[in-house]
Every structure is written in structure tokens, then in C-alpha cells.
Design a protein around this ligand. Sequence first.
Ligand SMILES: Cc1ncc(COP(=O)(O)O)c(C=O)c1O
Length: 397
Amino acid sequence: MDVTLKQQIALFAKTQENPFFVYDLDKLSKHIASLHNQDIKLWYAVKANPLSKVISTLDKQGMNFDVASSGELDQVLAQGIDCERILNTGPAKSPKQVRHFLQRGVNTFVVESISQLALIDKLSAEFERHPSILLRVQLRFEEGDNNPLGGNALTPFGLGCDEWRRVDLSQYSNLSVIGLHIFQWGNMLDADKLISLWQAMVTPLTTLAEEMGFELQVLDLGGGLGIPYDQSQSRINWSILKAALVKIKQQSKVNELWLELGRFAVGEYGYYICDVIDVKHNYQQPLVVMQGGINHLLRPAITEQAFPVQLLRDSSAKHSKFHIHGPLCTSLDKLGHLALPDDLSEGDTLIFSQCGAYGFTEAMPYFLCHELPAEVVIEDSKFKIIRPSLPAASYLY
Ligand SMILES: Cc1ncc(COP(=O)(O)O)c(C=O)c1O
């Protein structure tokens, strides 16, 4: 990580008693600006990091917003974003939620089942609206593997072609079906593999649209672009992906190609900073117990993939692999088995990088009633606390 940034964070950390996330909005802004292009419409998957300042930074860079709940919608609207720049994805759309979206003026829905189609059609008539609809498709691939987003497995995300083919769209006269949505692989770092999966989708999807009798104007390929969590991995090349997407756009003859970026948009611009509470050797293995663990950063427990870590102060000591545990009463509370300097001791501070996506809101903060971590941004080179760290009393009833 950038040495100056590390030094600045180390200085700021001296003012904090509890663990905190910090997001570098200056670098985030530059990154998003570098993704812009004429050919692909970019949406930000708000679930990756719904912090107000992250949303407004992306807004300034012209991103659109993919929201998956009423909470995410309200958070995006609270930042002054126009409904025309919001779409709704997600397998659980209750009548209450769909009403909320229509009332607020959202006009684009990704539909994941036949009952969702019927529900949105019925409620659109009530609200005298005519929203645009993308049908979410789940394909099976010969060489595909499984993945947190499902891969080839059966998931609640959309329907297979056979299921969609049976639908008579003329029954849903309050809706305009304008496209198809597909997203089955998350955190992909192999550009060739991602491109070959995308390419393999073109024929089944264009055929499905033809069979269902609607004009395929939009193809939404979801997210799935990865970031490296491990030194052995390298960054995915956006220019190569962009060139491949332009080809896919031509092959599928759509007017618009959409991507919904989460991790690739924000993941690399966040850090989690946390103090060491205890260091010990157990059965000859070095082990560190931290002030925060999966109550603040759950992802390593779900994916068995650690966030990269460094000691926040300088040390020239030789490195050993430490088992890094959090404060919870479960051995699942582990942030990794990673190299740290041998002079690591109680009171030291560690900094985990690549924590900008699927961090604060993905965690399980209430177990054992520890403090909630703070959320801090760096904007115009200044640190600003957006969410202070709160004690358990703030959420216990
Ligand atoms: C519908 C949808 N779009 C986009 C994303 C973002 O995915 P990623 O973070 O892999 O870009 C997700 C993540 O779960 C999703 O469910």
C-alpha cells in the first residue's frame, strides 16, 4: 500500500480508541473516472458499500445505482439521486417493497420470477405506471464451477430459459420488457474466463428474447469483476474487458450493455484498522487476538479468503505467519493466517486492505455486544468521521 497513505492513517489511528474503516474517496473518484466509456452503462451495486459519502462520490462521477432493498433505495435517494438513475434487483420483492419503489418513482426493475412479473404488473396498474423490465436469467454452463453467486448451482436469482420461455408477456401489459439480466460468477480475476462466460451467454440470451417475442434492447451482465486479495493474484485488466464487452454488445445487437459493479468499484479503496489485544504462542504457533474480528469483517469466515494485512508501524523484524483471531467466542472468528513481524505485541495496530466492499454492512456486529466500528473518509486529503464508533448501548434494547 501507498507509504504516505499508511503514515497518514497511522497518525489518524492514534486519535481513535476503537476499530474503524477508512475509505479513500480521492482515489476512489479517480478510479471511477477511469472506468468511464461510451459503450457500457455502469451501475453501482449499493450492497457493496452503502455509506452516504461513497454513494455521493460515485454520483459525482456519473455512476447509476443498483439497489436491492427499500433501505438501499432510501439511502441513494437521500443523497439526491434521480430515480431515472436507479434500478432494482433482488430475488425478494414483497408487495410492500414494490409499492415503495413505485411510489418513489423507480422505473427499472430486474424481475427474478413469474410471480414478481405479475406483482409488478399489477402494482404498476394501480400506480398508473409503465416501468421497464429486465428478466433475470440463470444459465448452466458445461465447464462452469460453483461460486458465491451460484455459478452453475440452483439459486433464487432469476429463472432458467425453459421457465421464462413458457411466459406469455402479452399478459403483462403494464410492463415494457426491454432486456435480460444475468449474473452468476462473483470475484472473477481471470479476464479470459469471465469473457468466455459472457460470450457463451450471447446465443442463449438472444434466442430467448426472440422466442419470447420482445426486442432485446438491453443486456445487463451484472457484476463479478474481482480484486486481488492475495499477493499472488493480479488485477483484472479493465481495458481488455471493455474491448470484449464492446464485441458482445455488437454480437447481441443491443442498444445498451449494462454492468453493475460492486467489489471492482469500491473494494480497493477501503481499509480496516484494528488494535492487537493479545499475542501468544499456542502449541508453538504465534497467534494474535484483535479488538475486532468477524463482527466487523465477516468475509474471511464466509469465503476462507483473508484480507491482506500489515502492521501499521514500521518494523524491520523478520516475519512469521500469525493466526489472526477476533474477540468472539467462536474459532470461526478468524481474519486469516498471515505474515506479520515477529516483534508484534499488545497495543500494536494492524491495517487490513481491500476492505472497501462487503465490509461494514456485511458483518455480524452485535454478537458479544462489542462497539460498532467507525467509518471514516479521506476527502480532499482530509480525514472525516462519517459514522462514529458506537457502544453496544446504542443498539441493545
Ligand atoms: C444483482 C447484483 N448485481 C451486482 C452485484 C455486485 O457484484 P460484484 O461485487 O461482484 O461486482 C451483486 C452482488 O451480489 C448483485 O447481487
